[in-house]
Design a protein. Structure first.
Length: 367
């Protein structure tokens, strides 16, 4: 039979890169023969999920034979109360990742353009490329998204500009003035996606409360997630906050039951467990201060962060990623994120940070 996959496949899919999630402890055990690795690579919550979320998920299992609420109504109502925005402005997704796909399905045509920082989180551009849209990547300036250059890059074909704040992989944020400049200066009919996956970790008191903007600026779509501080990365729940007309467009292209029953119940319970969020934020703050001090003592340069990860320069240790691996610590290699000469380290709990500290001391000491 003459079956030609290349003839069948859409052109834009042929060269589409795959999302690279980095190495798992299982990969490292297989490839390097190292058991008991600590993984400080995916910006997950080292304290785990809220115990209340675990209970809620277990309870929801007994109803697993029934389809979930396709509108995630109770979760959206709880978010609406928490964020002070109308429930009609909230769409729950299978992780924030699904929202990026939905935005691309609903709004990006072939040869439309998306403007994004370089580097930035890779899911936005993968979603755009799937639709045949072009991605204009605007280099960062001093590890921050360069707002004037991104505005310059937004041309007649631009449909969407993406800001990530705090930015993965650098941990830097967009200021109030920069956000306002972007909202006011972009051409008409351009969406601004502001991805705030790590917002709950921000300690900068000047960081803008972005919920005040989207009623005045219908172009603004804010995304957040339960994967980070809420510790539910494995259940896949995220959400968008946006103008109701944008939400309606996204609803048309989402799967009917995009957030499963267990995930909805766990997310609701996680949202209510403010104590777990407070503990997680505090542990991150302590871990961050500890790693800052350690890196300074060891003479290693880093980018001050507003998130739960730190970008560290390799400095004289060109193979820092490999050396950390050999000491049993998995981090994210800069090369994979468009930042050669760096590694991104997720801030761990005390035990993980101990392992990291021993590894860094050994490497700097010649190990
Ligand atoms: C900036 C950013 N946005 C979104 C996500 C993915 O979120 P979710 O797990 O909700 O799909 C990540 C995950 O690492 C991220 O770093």
């Amino acid at each position: 039979m003459d079956f030609d996959i290349d003839r069948l496949m859409r052109e834009e899919i042929k060269d589409l890169p795959m999302y690279n999630p980095g190495k798992s402890p299982e990969d490292v055990a297989r490839e390097y023969g190292i058991a008991d690795c600590v993984k400080m690579a995916s910006n997950e919550n080292p304290l785990g999920p809220s115990p209340l979320a675990v209970e809620a998920a277990k309870k929801a299992m007994s109803m697993a034979h029934l389809y979930p609420d396709g509108n995630s109504t109770r979760l959206r109502e709880a978010l609406s109360r928490r964020l002070g925005v109308g429930v009609e402005c909230i769409l729950a997704g299978h992780g924030a990742d699904e929202i990026f796909d939905l935005l691309a399905y609903a709004f990006l045509r072939r040869d439309d353009e998306m403007v994004v920082g370089d580097p930035s989180f890779s899911s936005y551009e993968l979603a755009a490329m799937t639709m045949g849209a072009r991605v204009r990547k605007v280099p960062l300036r001093e590890y921050r998204q360069h707002i004037p250059a991104m505005l310059d890059a937004a041309g007649a074909r631009t449909k969407m500009v993406v800001l990530c704040s705090p930015l993965n992989p650098t941990g830097t944020t967009v200021s109030r003035e920069e956000l306002e400049e972007m909202l006011e200066s972009l051409p008409r009919d351009v969406l601004l996606l502001l991805d705030e996956a790590y917002v709950e970790y921000v300690t900068d008191p000047e960081y803008p409360d972005v919920m005040v903007y989207f009623t005045i600026h219908p172009r603004l779509v804010i995304t957040r997630t339960f994967s980070k501080i809420y510790g539910l990365a494995g259940l896949r729940v995220g959400y968008a906050v946006c103008h109701p007309t944008v939400r309606e467009a996204l609803e048309k292209v989402k799967l009917p039951f995009n957030v499963n029953r267990i995930a909805q119940e766990a997310a609701l319970a996680a949202l209510e467990d403010e104590e777990h969020v407070r503990r997680s934020r505090e542990a991150n703050r302590r871990g961050k201060e500890r790693l800052y001090l350690l890196l300074e003592e060891l003479g290693m340069e880093y980018v001050p962060t507003q998130a739960n990860f730190i970008l560290v320069k390799n400095g004289p240790y060109a193979d820092l990623f490999d050396r950390l691996l050999r000491h049993g610590v998995i981090v994210r290699a800069g090369e994979a994120m468009g930042l050669p000469g760096h590694v991104r380290i997720t801030i761990g709990d005390d035990a993980q940070n101990d392992v990291l500290e021993r590894a860094l001391r050994a490497i700097v000491g010649g190990g």
